[in-house]
Structures are given as C-alpha cells and as structure tokens.
Design a protein around this ligand. Structure first.
Ligand SMILES: Cc1cc2nc3c(=O)[nH]c(=O)nc-3n(C[C@H](O)[C@H](O)[C@H](O)COP(=O)(O)O)c2cc1C
Length: 204
C-alpha cells in the first residue's frame, strides 16, 4: 500500500487555498494508488518547536537515530524524520509568505534537515541520506511570482528545491495557485491553472 504524507503548512489549516488544491492532488494520487494511506501533519495545529539552544547543542553529537532518541531536544526531530522517511510520496501544501516559506514550514525544515541524520557534509558539499521519492509542492500566493510578468521575487521554489535535495529528495514537482488575493476572477483563474497543472502531473 502506498503511503502519502501531507505536510500542511498554512496557518489557515483546511480553509487554506493551498490545502484545497492539495486535496485535489491527493484525491488524484489516491485514484492512481488504490488503498493509499494518507497521513496529514497539520503545522497549524501542531507547529514544530523552534530549534533552540538545546537542539543546537545536541544536534552535532547525536547524529544517529538511536542516540537521538535519548537526546531530549532531538526526540521531536527524530519523530518527524521517521514520519517523513516512512512516506513513499510527500505532498507539501504551503502559502508564500514574504516571498518564501511560512515560519511553520521553516521550523519543520529545521527539525528534519539534520546533520549526520538526514545529510552528510563533505568537502564538496552536502549529501542527502534519505532515498529519493516523488514530492509534490502545492503553493498558494496572493500575487504572481511565475510567468512572464512576476510582480515579486521567488525565494520559495528555489529554496525548497535546494533544501529538499540536501536530504536526498530530487523528484520535485510544483503546483502554483497564484493571485489568490486579487479578487474573485483572478482567484478562479489561479485555481483553474492549478487544477490543470495537477492534471498534467497525474498523467505523467
Ligand atoms: C504573513 C503573510 C505574508 C504573505 N506574503 C506574501 C508574499 O510574499 N507574496 C504573495 O504573493 N502573497 C503573500 N501573502 C498572501 C498569501 O500567500 C495568500 O493569501 C495565499 O493565498 C495564502 O495561501 P493559503 O490560503 O494556502 O494560506 C502573504 C500572507 C501572509 C499572511
């Protein structure tokens, strides 16, 4: 049975545009994988702990799953990594906040991108330790950040591509629902575009 993990990052939870579009995608993935088990981690309801001094102190010496389980400040990190690694397909639904990831998603990233556990450092760069798998990232934004006339910089998609590659995830697909704050017509057009992107991904 295929396992799908949905990391839902909007503070608006299941009322979010990104959640609604991710639900369309997940329904399609379920059709393609009958019996798929869908788990949802709602960062609005359980925001990850911010990486604090204890986390920073324990992160370097406790690099294995076994020793991390004994290190208090790493137990949440270990649980989130195990949940992530158990999924065969990852779906991240997220808004764009100030040109990049919302704070809750950054906190989740700080918990799961961990030296010695999900990546190694070498003189020539970082090497991911998790196996690659399909990752679908569904983004909602108030304005436009792709296309011929983006009205703002995009630090969201390049950042997510780079940070997920650091832990080994390179099979990454983006869906964007843009201009959600530009009135009902723009919203409908943005959602229609997102649905077309999802349909195109599902026939691959
Ligand atoms: C704190 C904050 C920062 C935002 N920054 C941006 C931004 O940089 N660019 C943008 O297009 N929209 C921005 N927005 C608007 C959201 O991206 C937009 O409302 C989006 O539809 C929210 O998605 P959601 O419904 O999935 O949460 C911001 C919203 C908030 C609350």
């Amino acid at each position: 049975m295929t396992s799908v993990l949905h990391i839902a990052c909007s503070p608006k939870g299941d009322a979010a545009h990104s959640w609604r579009m991710a639900s369309v995608l997940i329904a399609g993935l379920s059709d393609q994988n009958p019996g798929a088990v869908i788990s949802t981690r709602r960062l609005d309801q359980s925001p990850p702990t911010l990486a604090d001094a204890a986390f920073a102190a324990e992160m370097m010496p406790h690099t294995t799953a076994e020793s991390a389980r004994d290190a208090g400040a790493l137990q949440e990190s270990e649980r989130l990594i195990e949940e992530l690694d158990a999924a065969e397909i990852l779906v991240i639904s997220t808004p764009m906040h100030n040109f990049t990831v919302p704070a809750a998603l950054k906190a989740w990233i700080d918990q799961v991108v961990r030296f010695g556990r999900t990546f190694h450092s070498t003189p020539t760069g970082k090497i991911g330790l998790l196996r690659d798998r399909p990752v679908y990232i569904v983004i909602a934004s108030g304005g436009f950040f792709t296309g011929e006339n983006p009205t703002q910089p995009d630090f969201l998609t390049p950042y997510l591509r780079a940070i997920l590659a650091t832990i080994g995830y390179k099979d990454i697909h983006f869906v964007t629902a843009e201009a959600m704050s530009r009135g009902p017509e723009a919203l409908a057009a943005g959602e229609a575009s997102a649905r077309r992107q999802i349909a195109a991904l599902l026939v691959r």
